[in-house]
Design a protein around this ligand. Structure first.
Ligand code: ADP
Ligand code: MG
Length: 263
């Protein structure tokens, strides 16, 4: 039987000291699928995302990812823990993206917008200046930033523009999987809708798989095919987004949906 999963998570757990920040997390993700992870503050969403993205070591369980077949080995689901650190880093910098809530954490503020976008292409061995600049400008345009601002520093951009720049920086290598931690929640409400719209277009056009952490159910509704609901570090409910939001089964999800816990 063919197995076309992109990611498979089994019994993932991460603890700080004696306390489990997330535990017993299991799910599969398919190419092009968008999964939202929702729950109130402190429920373990960011811990889960960081563990999946190899930013923090697991204490329990495993994450398997469908590597592309290439010179480094065969494709198919591999236990990420068995990859060398160099291979993990390359994966994170090319085949994955990570969009931080605060764009300042995901951008290099001391270099130009163009250099921010081109950096990951250079990791892949692209060197030709004219090509890198053209790619950077094309990506600025794609995220609705004026390409002639390619030489400006991110600090000259507004928060919403910085977030779009961070997205361009992540997507330029055509990753297959993008992690996002509250990608819109640091922004003015007036800017959020436009960014969400752009994200949805890009995700559709590029066929990206995404795992989006959000405390905002509207973000899940707009972007995600499926969702996980977390409470106190465990997944209390999961399913298709419309089903979970329209017909929540777990009392905690019912509370979330009725806006008692989250405005
Ligand atoms: P969320 O993203 O849903 O708000 P987090 O994953 O940030 O939740 O946090 C989950 C739990 O783990 C919380 O109890 C939090 O205090 C704890 N936690 C998160 N990061 C750390 C850390 N670096 N050291 C100790 N405890 C942490
Ligand atoms: Mg968080």
């Amino acid at each position: 039987m063919s197995d076309d999963r992109l990611l498979s998570v089994q019994g993932l757990g991460k603890r700080y000291g004696q306390r489990w920040a997330c535990r017993h997390v299991c799910f599969d993700l398919w190419p092009g699928e968008v999964l939202a992870v929702v729950g109130e503050s402190g429920s373990g969403k960011s811990t889960l995302l960081n563990a999946l993205a190899l930013r923090t070591p697991l204490d329990e369980g495993s994450v398997h990812y469908a590597l592309r077949a290439d010179g480094n080995g065969p494709g198919g689901l591999h236990d990420l823990a068995t990859l060398s650190e160099a291979r993990q880093r390359l994966l994170a910098r090319t085949d994955w993206g990570f969009v931080e809530q605060n764009p300042r954490d995901g951008l290099r503020m001391a270099v130009s917008a163009g250099a921010n976008v081109a950096e990951r292409l250079m990791v892949l061995g692209h060197e030709h200046y004219g090509h890198l600049r053209a790619q950077a400008q094309a990506w600025l345009q794609r995220v609705e930033l004026a390409p002639e601002r390619v030489d400006e520093r991110p600090s000259q951009f507004s928060g919403g523009m910085q977030q779009r720049l961070q997205i361009a920086r992540n997507l330029v290598t055509q990753p297959r999987l993008v992690f996002m931690d509250e990608p819109t929640s640091g922004l003015d409400v007036s800017v959020q809708a436009r960014l969400l719209d752009l994200l949805r277009t890009l995700v559709d056009d590029l066929g990206l798989a995404c795992i989006v952490v959000t405390h905002d159910l509207a973000v899940a509704r707009l972007l995600a095919h499926r969702m996980l609901v977390m409470k106190d570090g465990v997944v209390v409910e999961s399913g298709l987004t419309d089903r979970v939001l329209d017909d929540p089964q777990h009392p905690y999800t019912q509370l979330l949906v009725s806006s008692v816990l989250m405005p």
